[in-house]
Design a protein around this ligand. Structure first.
Ligand SMILES: Cc1ncc(COP(=O)(O)O)c(C=O)c1O
Length: 407
């Protein structure tokens, strides 16, 4: 039925031109079925809420209100609550990055950091190189600011740096945006050598590189290579061409909306100005509570538990996919993070069509995300993203068995 026809008085809203290229995410469509316990979902990009340290966060919040009510409830600085900035800088220094509080600002999750980068640096028509595939919200966010996105190919070691350098030389992009560690959706991790090459490229081509890094603490068998931020000390001048986005969403919880961005100070000043005119500052209560939580030293134990549970689930999913769908699907075992990136070989039904497969899987009550939506251009329609983060091993095995039954 035509909605306009049945509602003849509906006004026709004149939306801004900038939203014309955006479409509702298929993931949001999937959310509609995900409350239903008959469905097994590998579709989300969310951490397991059973792992949240509710008691620790409750104690930290109670302390914030009892001892710092004014800072927790009053307006605050756009750059963030100073003691939290100090602690985040300290956390980065522990990972060998040379950062002080003034080098970073607190943001409402790293998604807001990406948005502030868009607001302060992207003009309509600017070219930006992203990985193919990359985080779908980054694609939408940069397109909202009128960017033209170009995809650099990736392999099991992250972005193909030779190809990236060629694309940078050819297009002179304003930004290159990478998720170097346990990427969403690809699961891949950029090697140390490629990291150094990226930094050298940034200096040589005078191109700003964004390191989006929500997952590097979620490693399974040993820490990943140092961040581009930490490595920038080894490549003269590269720190001037680097913006690092971090977040507590995947290691503590996303609901508090605490992330941060490390950038050259001139960029931070503009980003803080834009944040003032947007949400003024990240929730003061969240920031004070997180500062208190970090002081309580509960994060290391929480991280250790999360790493080992996600590692077990990742192994279970990878083994089940290999065992039950071996001829039809290929996938690499991730070394950390929350995702397995799979590719249909073309064998069996579906002829390598990830969208058709996801639809059929949904009929057998398993949700997976077709990979095509993670490409800014030239989508690989044979791909799928599966998250193991929120399912028990039994549900993972049952879900993969249901997937195998639709072939
Ligand atoms: C690669 C990547 N960047 C950024 C985000 C945004 O996270 P948040 O805004 O919760 O920090 C996510 C969340 O899924 C992500 O996967």
């Amino acid at each position: 039925l035509n909605y306009r026809f049945t509602h003849p008085m509906l006004p026709s809203f004149q939306f801004a031109d900038r939203i014309a290229p955006l479409h509702p995410s298929p993931i949001h469509e999937l959310f509609k079925v995900l409350g239903d316990s008959r469905f097994i979902s590998f579709a989300g990009g969310v951490p397991d809420s059973d792992l949240f340290d509710v008691q620790g966060i409750a104690e930290a919040t109670a302390q914030a209100l009892a001892e710092e009510a004014r800072s927790s409830l009053q307006y605050g600085a756009a750059e963030g609550y100073e003691p939290l900035r100090e602690q985040l800088a300290q956390m980065l220094r522990e990972k060998k990055a040379d950062v002080v509080a003034a080098d970073l600002m607190v943001t409402a999750g790293s998604q807001q950091a990406l948005d502030l980068i868009g607001k302060t640096l992207i003009s309509p028509g600017d070219k930006i190189i992203v990985e193919g595939p990359t985080f779908s919200a980054t694609i939408a966010c940069f397109r909202l600011y009128g960017a033209e996105l170009i995809s650099a190919p990736t392999d099991e070691d992250g972005v193909d740096v030779d190809r990236l350098q060629e694309l940078v030389a050819q297009h002179c992009p304003k930004l290159v945006c990478l998720i170097p560690t346990f990427s969403n959706p690809g699961g891949a991790t950029l090697t140390l050598q490629r990291r150094l090459q990226v930094l050298e490229m940034a200096v040589r081509h005078r191109v700003m590189v964004i390191e989006d890094d929500p997952y590097s603490d979620l490693y399974f068998h040993g820490a990943p290579p140092p961040s581009l931020l930490a490595l920038s000390q080894q490549v003269a001048g590269s720190r001037d061409w680097l913006i690092y986005c971090g977040t507590l969403s995947k290691v503590l919880c996303p609901g508090l909306r605490v992330g941060w961005m490390v950038a050259p100070r001139a960029i931070l000043a503009k980003a803080a100005m834009c944040k003032q005119f947007s949400d003024m500052h990240t929730s003061a209560l969240s920031q004070v509570a997180v500062a208190r939580y970090l002081q309580m030293q509960r994060l290391p134990a929480l991280l250790a538990r999360t790493r080992s549970i996600y590692a077990e689930r990742a192994h279970a999913m990878h083994a089940a996919l290999t065992r039950q769908l071996g001829g039809a699907v290929v996938c690499a075992m991730p070394q950390g993070g929350m995702f397995i990136w799979a590719r249909l070989t073309g064998a069996g039904r579906f002829a390598g069509d990830g969208g058709a497969f996801a639809k059929a899987a949904l009929e057998s009550k398993v949700a997976v995300v077709p990979g095509a939506m993670f490409f800014a251009n030239n989508p690989d329609h044979a791909t799928l993203r599966l998250s193991y983060a929120t399912s028990s091993i039994e549900r993972i095995e049952e879900g993969v068995a249901r997937m195998a039954s639709v072939f």
